[in-house]
Design a protein around this ligand. Structure first.
Ligand SMILES: NC(=O)c1ccc[n+]([C@@H]2O[C@H](COP(=O)([O-])OP(=O)(O)OC[C@H]3O[C@@H](n4cnc5c(N)ncnc54)[C@H](OP(=O)(O)O)[C@@H]3O)[C@@H](O)[C@H]2O)c1
Length: 281
């Protein structure tokens, strides 16, 4: 984190999607380190486990609810906090299914929430941090930016878009005291797959002879063997502390180290072949 931000005594952070997985582990790590944390969920009851934590402020918001601007909730939290030193745009979800066979509103919701609404939120965060001349913004992207997940086209698009925005901001915000980190975890052992398992079951039942079932099984196997949210959060916090803008990868050796190098160095057809084999298709 930049000197300006670490020197602030009452450190405060805003985390979207703090009710589970990476966001929850991050919120707990920051609270234990003495931060004030504003954490979001679509359902405040899902934040009940923080009720005994001092310094936690629950915020209700849904990125997929177009009638409510998520950045309004952020603005009012930012005002109460007196400005955040750290914001982590972590909330996200996936949809598993073939592109054409999935009904358009499903993709539309995914793209609106994870590109349009998330970008509007980041826009507000950058504006406010520019006024305060400092802060760290972490945009949680994914290895899927470089290594697209099978049958998750909307998710792959969303993460690639947010990574592209992060890279644009790294350049635009040079010398402003604002550090933008494009955080790209590989698989993490959270409830992320579970949240889309009903969609996956429907898609597989509708296309029993396709590659869908094999890909889903592999994805489940990969997640079961993946690092925990706490391990990934430790890597993220090290990156935040360093305060170096740009891409930060985290995860198992194949996903976080070998796969990104392979994608850069191997001819496309070969990299694609390896990727498909990796997903059992
Ligand atoms: N797990 C992985 O393997 C993995 C790998 C790479 C990147 N990521 C990314 O890491 C981030 C966190 O994922 P996770 O693994 O921790 O998943 P998770 O355990 O399913 O948690 C997702 C979080 O996002 C929130 N959320 C979901 N849909 C939302 C919506 N429409 N509006 C607002 N909040 C919403 C959930 O809150 P409520 O349900 O309480 O509203 C929850 O707190 C995501 O952006 C994901 O894409 C995950």
């Amino acid at each position: 984190m930049s000197e300006k931000t670490t020197s602030v005594r009452n450190r405060s952070a805003f985390i979207t999607g703090a009710s589970a997985g990476i966001g929850k582990a991050l919120a707990l790590a920051l609270l234990r380190d003495g931060w004030q944390v504003w954490g979001t969920s679509r359902d405040l009851q899902r934040l009940d486990s923080f009720s005994s934590e001092r310094g936690f402020h629950p915020v209700e918001f849904d990125l997929a609810e177009p009638s409510r601007a998520s950045h309004d909730e952020f603005k009012s939290a930012d005002e109460t906090a007196g400005g955040f030193q750290l914001v982590v745009n972590n909330a996200g979800f996936g949809h598993f299914g073939m592109f054409a066979e999935t009904k358009w509103p499903e993709w539309q919701t995914q793209l609106q929430a994870m590109i349009s609404q998330t970008t509007a939120l980041i826009h507000e965060q950058v504006r406010l941090m520019r006024q305060r001349e400092g802060g760290t913004i972490v945009n949680v992207s994914s290895l899927a930016t470089e290594f697209p997940l099978p049958f998750m086209s909307g998710y792959n698009m969303s993460k690639a878009a947010i990574s592209a925005l992060s890279e644009s901001l790294v350049q635009e915000l040079r010398g402003t005291g604002i550090c933008v980190i494009d955080f790209r975890p590989g698989d993490v052992r959270t409830g992320f797959n579970k949240a889309m398992s009903a969609d996956a079951r429907d898609a597989i039942n509708a296309q029993p002879d396709s590659d869908l079932a094999a890909a889903w099984r592999k994805m489940e196997t990969h997640v079961a063997a993946a690092p925990s949210a706490e391990q990934v959060v430790a890597a993220l916090l090290r990156a935040v502390k360093k305060g170096r803008p740009g891409v930060v990868r985290s995860g198992g050796f194949f996903q976080a180290t070998l796969a990104p190098s392979l994608i850069r160095l191997a001819p496309q057809y070969l990299a694609r072949h390896i990727r498909w084999r990796y997903f059992g298709i």
